[in-house]
Write a protein that binds this ligand. Structure first.
Ligand SMILES: Cc1cc2nc3c(=O)[nH]c(=O)nc-3n(C[C@H](O)[C@H](O)[C@H](O)COP(=O)(O)OP(=O)(O)OC[C@H]3O[C@@H](n4cnc5c(N)ncnc54)[C@H](O)[C@@H]3O)c2cc1C
Length: 482
């Protein structure tokens, strides 16, 4: 007797390689059908830039699956309704998915499990997105980790909790016909008028193949000097795997194993490898925090920060989003973000710090802006990193360590190449003034053809004075807590 079909609900795991849900479904021996749901009402509905990445990754995945005779269905609506409907339509005996860790997602998945089981359909979940799931690592006293270094030590010692899987073999076909590319277009994931993502395709290869190539190119080049170059936005010093990890065109386990293999093959030194693996661990730590602190996306992990005297300043927020704060390294970062959908990690920290400390604008507003504009927007890393920068997160830097955007720029973009690439109005300024044009003598500005306050703004806040204001706000919060 022919085996019943199995449905695989794909979420942030858009790949064939090392996809436990897909492999388990294929191993069942019956025909497999895949499903992607766009639920605009979901808490983690993708932001605009990530939608562009998703569109292309889904298109590439549909083509690959089609090569195996497996259809990828696209639906738009509430997640649980769409999954149950699709399962009934194909007569599925089981639905598989890889687990998610945000509170609202866990709730959706739990209640869907109950609905499917009431309909006589098995629901089976797997770990496809983490090296170790949040409940697998515990402190000596049995609680969750709040500090990164001991978390990293525990993860490094324990290693990944499963073996990397290969691409599955599909023994049977469902016969739904060709992949439904037209239906993908109906999800309307790409911008039309205006097409603000036109430069994205020069920066990204949004597919499983693109992720594998990005990993190979990284291990063959920048990985060898990762420890030194990872903080330099003017150099191609990092992997740029984040959008792939965020939507799962590659798994962290594949990245982890390939890094260790590169070391074994002699192409990567111990220190570079450990540094890179520890950055992957920050992603794991963010998920650990999200699972154990379900309030992470919306509330400060340090409760005292609920009383922080944030400011409402729409004009300043707008200047920040447009890259027109008058502080070059911040503006370069915000423009890189707008143009490419990505921003270098060092500059993310500087730009975020400028928003929450120099401008005193709530971190949540910055987090939302990043969510809409990052191709790598991630439900755990984004809020965890914002809380870290704002000083209200787990293991956050002490509040008084406020980034000075000028000295940060001079240190990490010493020749001003990064600023010149994204803020061309300043290109003619010498290295001595590129990170603080307001300190340049009139003659230097004139020679560079710059009128401050015209083509390029004067700083919307004085870095020194706003630093003092931020420290005052922090003191006010602490006094209010007494
Ligand atoms: C305010 C702010 C917001 C951020 N929002 C996101 C986000 O939405 N999505 C996201 O993936 N990262 C986010 N990060 C973390 C980090 O900036 C990016 O992961 C990194 O810049 C991606 O570039 P890469 O792939 O070249 O990194 P690499 O240096 O090559 O690192 C490899 C991988 O490790 C992980 N990683 C590296 N650094 C971090 C970190 N600090 N926190 C968590 N994971 C890390 C990423 O998955 C990354 O792809 C944010 C950081 C800040 C300061």
């Amino acid at each position: 007797m022919a085996k019943s079909p199995t449905l695989v609900w794909l979420r942030r795991d858009l790949r064939l390689q090392d996809n436990p849900a897909l492999t388990a479904a294929a191993n069942g021996g019956g025909p497999v059908v895949c499903l992607y749901v766009l639920d605009e009402e979901a808490v983690y509905a993708p932001g605009a830039a990530q939608k562009w990445f998703l569109h292309h990754a889904l298109h590439a995945l549909a083509e690959r699956l089609e090569g195996y005779g497996v259809s990828l269905l696209f639906r738009r609506g509430r997640e649980a309704d769409c999954v149950e409907e699709a399962a009934r339509e194909i007569g599925a005996a089981a639905v598989h998915w890889n687990r998610r860790y945000g509170a609202a997602e866990i709730e959706t998945d739990k209640s869907l499990k109950a609905r499917l089981s009431a309909a006589g359909i098995d629901a089976l979940s797997h770990n496809g997105s983490l090296l170790r799931e949040p409940w697998e690592l515990r402190t000596k006293t049995g609680g969750p980790y709040q500090v990164f270094t001991p978390f990293w030590k525990a993860l490094r010692q324990a290693g990944p909790s499963r073996r990397e899987g290969q691409e599955p073999r599909f023994d049977a076909q469902y016969g739904l016909g060709r992949a439904l590319a037209g239906d993908l277009d109906r999800l309307e994931l790409t911008p039309t008028s205006p097409d603000w993502a036109s430069a994205f395709s020069d920066c990204w290869r949004p597919s499983e193949d693109g992720a594998a190539r990005a990993l190979a190119e990284f291990l063959d080049g920048p990985a060898r000097s990762y420890g030194e170059d990872r903080n330099r936005p003017d150099r191609p010093g990092t992997s740029r795997l984040s959008p792939h990890l965020a939507i799962g065109t590659i798994s962290p386990l594949t990245v982890w194993n390939a890094t260790i293999a590169a070391m074994a093959a002699g192409s990567l030194g111990d220190a570079q490898r450990e540094k890179f693996l520890s950055e992957l661990a920050w992603r794991e730590f963010s998920y650990h925090l999200l699972f154990h602190n379900p309030q992470l996306p919306g509330e400060p992990l340090r409760p005292a920060f609920a009383r922080f005297p944030w400011r409402e300043d729409q004009a300043a927020f707008r200047a920040w989003t447009r890259g027109r704060t008058g502080v070059p390294i911040v503006d370069a970062g915000m423009r890189e973000l707008w143009k490419t959908g990505w921003m270098h990690n060092r500059v993310r920290m500087i730009a975020a710090s400028f928003l929450v400390k120099n401008l005193l604008i709530p971190w949540k507003k910055g987090e939302r802006w990043f969510w809409e504009t990052l191709v790598d927007a991630d439900p755990a890393s984004n809020p965890a990193s914002w809380q870290w920068v704002a000083g209200c997160g787990a293991d956050a830097a002490p509040y008084f360590r406020i980034f000075n955007p000028v000295t940060q720029g001079e240190k990490f973009d010493p020749d001003g190449a990064y600023v010149r690439a994204f803020v061309p109005e300043l290109a003619g300024l010498s290295n001595a003034h590129i990170h603080a044009p307001w300190t340049a003598p009139e003659a230097a500005l004139k020679a560079a053809n710059i009128t401050l306050g015209a083509a390029y703004p004067r700083p919307i806040v004085d870095p020194g004075q706003s630093r003092a204001r931020a420290l005052g706000a922090y003191d006010a919060m602490r006094t209010a807590a007494l």
